[in-house]
Design a protein around this ligand. Structure first.
Ligand code: UT7
Length: 344
């Protein structure tokens, strides 16, 4: 892409959504046949009944391509119009080339710049923040943000503390410039990171301290998580970031049409709903059927909410991500789709 400074400032518009879920359904019963757990424990402690696993050889890049194509189809926008592809992921096909570069090529976004973004389960909201800033700074007019994960491949399937949670999928959004238009766009963001809690949720990578020169890449390392510590962080931060952002915007929870939080554990969302007095019907969850898909969970849920008729053009959304880093990110944005298929 080429950007000429001084372009007219524009509102960044949340213009389209799309998602992809791999076919293979893995039920709690299947996990209970492998590790010492039960459907009852998993449902009560997490809200998850089943999740999807990618097929052998299916990568985050493959799933991101499917989600990106769904986003473009929903917007009626062609790939040649895309200036930037951002792929938040913790499970890229490789450290380089970036998964985003592969996706841009495969969807035909040949003029796009592309990069991956590492912010774990907050990645999608971080990606939206970057997309909004790029558009409003006049740097780009159309940005695809596609969260995609193959967590099944980096989860120890014999560890009952993690294998019940993490799963695969992809979802994304298109952020476009609305120059001189009527879009309200992104009202604000609250992003943060606290690396002092980094050890609570770790997925080792090629630069691991244990790696030796010329030795094998420790990419076989699986996710290590102190579940209760992350749980405490998540319950606290989901409430704090929401309160902080709404106060900064001068809004109350009653102004929000739909809340979509990172799908980590239904108990985290229930806790926040109670503390923030969010009515049940204003929360949309997909945990039951997809588990925790990290950076993909919020856009997968958004696309599903739209398809289920729970998301309407003009709705004010509160999106909240939290996870490894430890990181968090929330935004309030109006959904202003370009496509014609969404009822107003
Ligand atoms: O996406 C990034 C953010 N990630 C999260 O937000 C995850 C946050 N953490 C969690 O969701 C929860 O901590 C878990 C679902 C991972 C675990 O639930 P918990 O209620 O925190 O359980 P716990 O780790 O405190 O363990 C309670 C008991 C233990 O047994 P004892 O020591 O009380 O006898 C565990 O060994 O439950 C046991 N346990 C299990 N039992 C059956 C732990 N995992 C399982 C299991 N099945 N899968």
């Amino acid at each position: 892409m080429i950007s000429v400074r001084g372009a007219r400032p524009a509102r960044a518009r949340l213009a389209a959504l799309g998602a992809y879920a791999p076919e293979r359904v893995v039920t709690n019963a299947e996990l209970a046949s492998r590790v010492d757990t039960s459907d009852e424990w998993i449902v009560t402690r997490t809200g998850i009944r089943e999740r999807r696993f990618a097929a052998a050889g299916e990568t985050a890049g493959d799933m991101a391509v499917a989600a990106a194509e769904a986003v473009l189809a929903s917007a009626g926008v062609t790939a040649s119009q895309i200036d930037m592809v951002i792929v938040p992921t913790g499970t890229p096909d490789a450290m380089f080339p970036s998964t985003a570069a592969l996706v841009a090529d495969r969807i035909g976004a040949h003029d796009a710049a592309a990069y991956d973004l590492s912010a774990a389960c907050s990645g999608f909201v971080y990606g939206l923040a970057q997309a909004a800033a790029l558009v409003e700074g006049g740097m780009a007019r159309s940005v695809l943000v596609i969260g995609s994960e193959v967590l099944s491949r980096v989860t120890d399937q014999t560890d009952r503390g993690t294998c019940i949670l993490f799963a695969d999928g992809a979802g994304g959004a298109l952020v476009t410039a609305d120059e001189g238009g009527t879009a309200t766009g992104f009202l604000g963001f609250d992003l943060g990171a606290d690396g002092s809690g980094g050890d609570d949720l770790v997925l080792p990578a090629s630069g691991d301290r244990e790696a030796v020169p010329g030795g094998p890449v420790p990419a076989s390392g699986c996710i290590r998580m102190d579940g209760p510590a992350v749980f405490r962080f998540a319950t606290r931060i989901m409430v704090e970031t929401t309160e902080r952002l709404l106060a900064a915007l001068g809004l109350g929870i009653g102004d929000i049409d739909l809340v979509v939080a990172h799908q980590a554990n239904s108990r985290i969302i229930d806790h926040a709903a109670e503390r923030l007095a969010i009515p049940r019907e204003r929360i949309f969850n997909t945990l039951e059927r997809y588990g925790n898909t990290s950076s993909a969970s919020i856009p997968m849920a958004l696309a599903e909410a739209r398809d289920a008729g729970r998301l309407r053009a003009g709705d004010l959304l509160l999106l909240v991500g939290f996870g490894g880093g430890l990181t968090w990110g929330s935004t309030v944005v109006r959904y202003e789709p370009l496509g014609a298929e969404v009822p107003a």
